[in-house]
Design a protein around this ligand. Sequence first.
Ligand code: HEM
Length: 207
Amino acid sequence: MAAVPLTAFRVGVFFLALVPLGLLVQDVIGQNLGPDPGEALTEQLGLAAFQCLMATLFMTPMSRWTGWSGWIRVRRMLGLFAFFYAVAHLLGFLQFVIGWQDLWAAFTERPYIIFGSLALLLMVPLAITSTKGMMKRLGRRWKPLHRLIYPALGLAWLHFIWQARSDIGEMVIYGAIALVLLGVRVYWFGWVSLVPLRSPPRTPRTA
Ligand code: HEM
């Protein structure tokens, strides 16, 4: 693939990942965040984190299906955006939802907060080791470490659906997509195989 389309693609994905932040800034300036702006801001940042996490997991299947490696070249950027939005979401929670009060109770009493915190904790080593230098240093251990993204997505989804107060339609759709993304990996890794992974043993020819 020529350098220019790849660069254009990367720039396009970069700006696309900035859209939730842009919309949020617009809503803050226009005072369009409703009666509880702090809570709305926290929610929107959480949703952006979740969407970027899903988008990150879309890149490898897209690359395999289209045979174009450009998808893989934006994977790290999307993962870092997911981490950025998740940290901003946590800060929003600390600042606007609990006001930095009763931190121990806030993080241990509600299961959905526990799931969210675990998801974020799993994302920390991924963000730290996302540089080329760390990739080199970790060598063959880098890939298994980065599989932490799968439990992170599962935990983030549990966090997402657990905090829902009424309509869970949106969460179920996200969950179905997440299941497909994780199911594809299960199939690739051969944990479940629809076709035999090895050809059956040959029977010796008689006569
Ligand atoms: C320490 C970590 C986390 C804390 C304390 C936390 C806290 C919260 C809280 C309090 C809400 C409900 C907001 C409200 O309605 O008042 C929420 C919603 C949400 N969080 Fe988190 N969260 C954390 C991590 C994450 C992570 C890692 C993700 C995704 C990668 C995430 C994605 C979401 C989503 C998608 C929602 C629902 C937003 C909506 O209703 O549209 N959270 N979180």
